[in-house]
Design a protein around this ligand. Structure first.
Ligand SMILES: [Zn+2]
Length: 172
């Protein structure tokens, strides 16, 4: 199966994948590979950012705004794609005005790589599809949308400086 997480289907150029992981580069539908990064989390680049408290729950959101066409793409929202954030409902989405721009010195344009881990199919079907949390229902393919780990690496478009592990979070 060549399924991708639903919200990354058109923008993740997968270069490596296995049964429980995939990684690749974010490329806009317009072909552009550089983005401004907007995020909500605890910590500041070049250090790793993690979940931050918001409204009594936890939030971590990363969005990429294309430098070519200006389109905004959601890359990760702990409340929607994090196992604990979504399944255990520990997560909350925050409004756009809470997001800030990632900067490394005076650089704000980045290339973006993502690595994602999720359950294997058997475990997901047994634990989530067959016994979903109350009020939820899932199909086997949904496992790609509910992650146990996410890594987002940034590379400065101008200097080539790498901010590896901008996000490097265990989610389950
Ligand atoms: Zn674009």
């Amino acid at each position: 199966m060549d399924k991708l997480p639903a919200h990354l289907e058109k923008i993740l150029n997968v270069t490596e994948r296995g049964d429980t992981f995939m990684s690749g580069q974010v490329v806009c539908e317009c072909g552009c590979k550089t983005f401004g990064i907007r995020y909500f989390g605890e910590g500041y680049p070049p250090h790793c950012i993690g979940v931050n408290e918001y409204g009594g729950k936890y939030a971590l959101i990363v969005k990429a705004v294309c430098c070519g066409c200006g389109k905004e793409h959601l890359l990760f929202d702990f409340a929607k794609h994090g196992y604990d954030g979504f399944i255990n409902e520990d997560g909350v989405s925050v409004p756009d005005e809470e997001l800030v721009d990632a900067a490394a010195g005076d650089e704000r344009d980045f290339e973006v790589k993502m690595s994602i881990e999720f359950d294997d199919e058997e475990q997901f079907v047994e634990e989530i599809v067959n016994e979903p949390p109350e009020g939820m229902s899932f199909a086997p393919d949904d496992r790609m949308n509910i992650w146990s780990w996410v890594v987002i690496d940034l590379k400065c478009a101008k200097s080539g400086k790498e901010l590896n592990g901008f996000v490097d979070s265990e989610l389950a």
